[in-house]
Design a protein around this ligand. Structure first.
Ligand code: PLP
Length: 381
């Protein structure tokens, strides 16, 4: 059966080019880069080249890139590592990914007051409310760049600079996992101190991520060991992942301008399709990532429709990949005030460079077939 995959915000297909590198560095060049000897030096060189490529791609210096196991770890290191031993308050938004939200909430156990900023009805940060929470004692400001559930894109450049204008000592951290490679990112221009990224959202393997840490930012390690990654993230490096990470981000960035109009067209076709079906709710209509659309269809439970579509090889997401199996799936949608009649029916459809017009045609065809059928069945009960 052909697969028509629309859950690219959750994870993407690994590029063949990346798979080749991953295989090569697992079977041929499997040396530990930390040991002495010529072969290790070759591996080390490739890792440093990837670090440089990633740094150049996001406007950072090579020394400012720390490789991690993914977005979750990057977020944990950023939040816990910059606040270790500090007192004061930390700001988070209500719509953050769980790996930033719950990590920040855990700071309460360490005596840091956590202040939660509101978001608007589409999942954008309420900048005014956010800034009203910043004061002389704010040690950390956490702000996601693009929302993984609704696709809302935040103006991090504005918010980061505004936070610094209130308190120049506040560390500003942005979760860039859904934004990098989809919108142009220059960390210096954004004005953030830390920025997190994840490889599996950009066509390389799961288990690799990175964290930009601005030079001079005081950050403690969470894991002690051999002092890898500048002492911030000890542990023998995931060499194949690291070597592909620079390419994954730079390839994605190189494709942004080409893919954007394609995604805009796909997104509009899906909107037109659900509009024809009727009873649709589009979550985010302003300042969004064009590669994602969050919507709900009145009377339709997401898991029922997702399962029906999957039987035909059409794979779409519900609210977010990470929380789809937990009862916490509704935190963001509850906060942004989504009506009860939609909240159990949230669908997240996200595209990648592998999405084709044929995929879109089949998705629209199947939605037009199943949604009225399901509504009919519910009516008949
Ligand atoms: N932050 C955001 C905004 C995400 O969407 C995700 C994953 O979906 C993460 C962090 C976690 O990244 P990873 O899956 O690499 O741990």
């Amino acid at each position: 059966m052909n697969i028509h995959y629309f859950n690219n915000c959750a994870s993407t297909r690994v590029d063949d080019e990346m798979m080749e590198i991953i295989n090569q560095y697992n079977t041929q060049y499997y040396y530990n880069p930390g040991t002495l000897g010529g072969n290790s030096a070759v591996v080390n060189k490739q890792m440093q080249d990837s670090r440089l490529l990633l740094a150049n791609t996001i406007g950072a210096d090579k020394q400012e890139i720390v490789f991690t196991s993914g977005g979750t770890e990057s977020n944990n290191i950023a939040i816990l590592g910059t606040t270790k031993g500090k007192k004061g308050n930390a700001i988070i938004t209500m719509c953050e990914h769980s790996s930033a939200y719950y990590t920040t909430l855990s700071l309460e156990d360490k005596g840091i007051e956590v202040r939660i900023a509101k978001c608007d009805g589409e999942g954008h940060i309420d900048y005014e409310h956010y800034l009203s929470l910043v004061d002389d004692n704010t040690v950390l400001a956490v702000m996601m760049h693009a929302n993984n559930e609704t696709g809302a894109l935040n103006d991090i450049k504005y918010l980061a600079h505004a936070v610094k204008a209130i308190n120049s000592k506040t560390i500003v951290f942005s979760d860039g996992v859904q934004a990098v490679g989809k919108v142009a990112v220059n960390v210096k221009n954004l004005g953030v101190d830390l920025y997190s990224m994840s490889g599996h959202k950009l066509h390389t393997t799961k288990g690799i991520g990175a964290l930009y840490v601005k030079k001079g930012t005081k950050i403690s390690s969470l894991v002690y060991g051999g002092g890898h990654e500048g002492g911030i993230r000890s542990g023998t490096e995931f060499v194949p992942g690291i070597i592909t990470m620079g390419k994954a981000v730079s390839n994605a960035v190189a494709n942004i301008d080409r893919l954007e109009p394609i995604y805009v067209s796909y997104r509009q076709q899906v909107i037109d399709c659900v509009h024809c079906i009727g009873g649709e709710y589009i979550t985010c209509k302003t300042n969004y990532l064009p590669c994602v659309i969050s919507l709900a269809l009145e009377g339709i439970k997401s898991e029922v429709l997702v399962n029906m579509l999957e039987m035909d090889g059409v794979m779409i997401g519900t609210s977010s990949g990470c929380s789809a199996k937990t009862s916490k799936a509704g935190r963001v949608y509850t906060h942004i005030g989504m009506a009860d009649k939609y909240i159990t029916g949230v669908l997240r459809i996200s595209f990648s460079k592998f999405t084709t017009q044929q995929d879109i045609d089949i998705l629209c065809q199947k939605l037009a077939q199943y949604v009225p059928q399901l509504r009919q069945t519910i009516k008949g009960k």
